[in-house]
Each structure stands twice: as structure tokens, then as C-alpha cells.
Design a protein around this ligand. Structure first.
Ligand SMILES: [Zn+2]
Length: 175
């Protein structure tokens, strides 16, 4: 069996287990949305997944159904929901490994960091105040791309400022 099929099978099994436990119906829509989620790389919003579903899914599903099923998959700990931006972002996260996310405060891009030492620390954290279900660490900052374009922008503005001063001086000289 290839890796992708294997992951889908594991995801399906996890969903079946959850639906059985919660005595919920095993509708074809739920499994179809899960199939698309498993094959979608990286993070996606409800709208993005609805768009992908409209092209790749075996049958039509509404945005409301996509939203409800994503919430359910999040509950079932098959995916992770990030509520960092105005539109929540989701990603497939089958094995519940700790996540370290790098978030750009400017463009909202989320990258993953692979650091086993931090993962182990996250895994070992216990709290009296909270029963921890998911270990996710968010690190905020400015991504390199935004940083570079901001630097370019500030160079431009400082250049035009020099130009203005130069023009002013020139004008005074003319007078
Ligand atoms: Zn950025």
C-alpha cells in the first residue's frame, strides 16, 4: 500500500472510531471531506477547502457542511484548527505530534518548525489549571520576505525624503 493510501486509511479509521463513540452517522460527505483534507497540503480555510471540493470531490457539498465537518474533524483530533487570522485555518494532523508554528504578523503566513527538543518539552508539560489536549506553540514575528520588502520600502522613503530636502535647499538657493 502506498503512503498516501495508508494515511487515508488511518484517518478513516480514526473518524469511524470517533463517530461510533459519539453515536453519529457515518455519512459519505464526512468521509469525502476527510479524503480531500488528507490530500490537501499545508493550511487551508473553509473557503479554500470548499473551492478544492468543488473541483475534486466526488459529489457536491455546501460550505456549511464543509465547516461543520471540519469542526467535527478538529474535535476528533484528526485536524488542527488555528484561529490566528480572521478566517480560521485548518490542517491535517493525524498523529497529534506537538506543533511549533512561526507566524508572520504582517502577511499572516504560517510556517512549521521541526525541533524535536522543543517537541519533547511541549509533550512533557502538565498543568493543574488545564487538561492539555494539543501541544501547539506559536512564535510571532516578521517573515523574511516581509522583512526584505519592508527594508526596500523604508529605503525608498528615506531616498525620497533626501530628495525633498535637496529640492527645498535648491529652491532656497534659487531665491
Ligand atoms: Zn510575512
Amino acid at each position: 500500500m502506498d503512503k498516501k493510501a495508508n494515511i487515508l486509511e488511518q484517518a478513516n479509521a480514526k473518524l469511524t472510531e470517533y463517530l461510533t463513540l459519539k453515536r453519529m452517522r457515518k455519512t459519505p460527505e464526512r468521509y469525502e471531506i476527510l479524503r480531500i483534507v488528507v490530500q490537501t497540503k499545508g493550511l487551508f480555510t473553509v473557503d479554500e477547502l470548499t473551492e478544492i471540493m468543488s473541483k475534486d470531490a466526488r459529489f457536491k457539498v455546501s460550505r456549511a457542511t464543509v465547516f461543520n465537518v471540519l469542526e467535527l474533524l478538529n474535535e476528533a483530533q484528526i485536524i488542527v484548527k488555528h484561529t490566528l487570522t480572521r478566517a480560521a485555518q485548518y490542517e491535517c494532523h493525524l498523529h497529534g505530534k506537538p506543533l511549533i508554528c512561526l507566524i508572520c504578523e504582517n502577511c499572516g503566513k504560517v510556517e512549521k518548525m521541526e525541533k524535536t527538543e522543543i517537541e519533547n518539552v511541549l509533550k512533557s508539560i502538565r498543568s493543574r489549571k488545564l487538561s492539555i489536549k494539543k501541544q501547539i506553540l506559536y512564535l510571532n514575528g516578521i517573515c523574511r520576505k516581509c522583512e526584505a520588502s519592508q527594508r526596500k520600502q523604508s529605503k525608498k522613503t528615506s531616498k525620497s525624503k533626501t530628495l525633498q530636502i535637496y529640492n527645498k535647499e535648491n529652491r532656497t538657493n534659487i531665491k
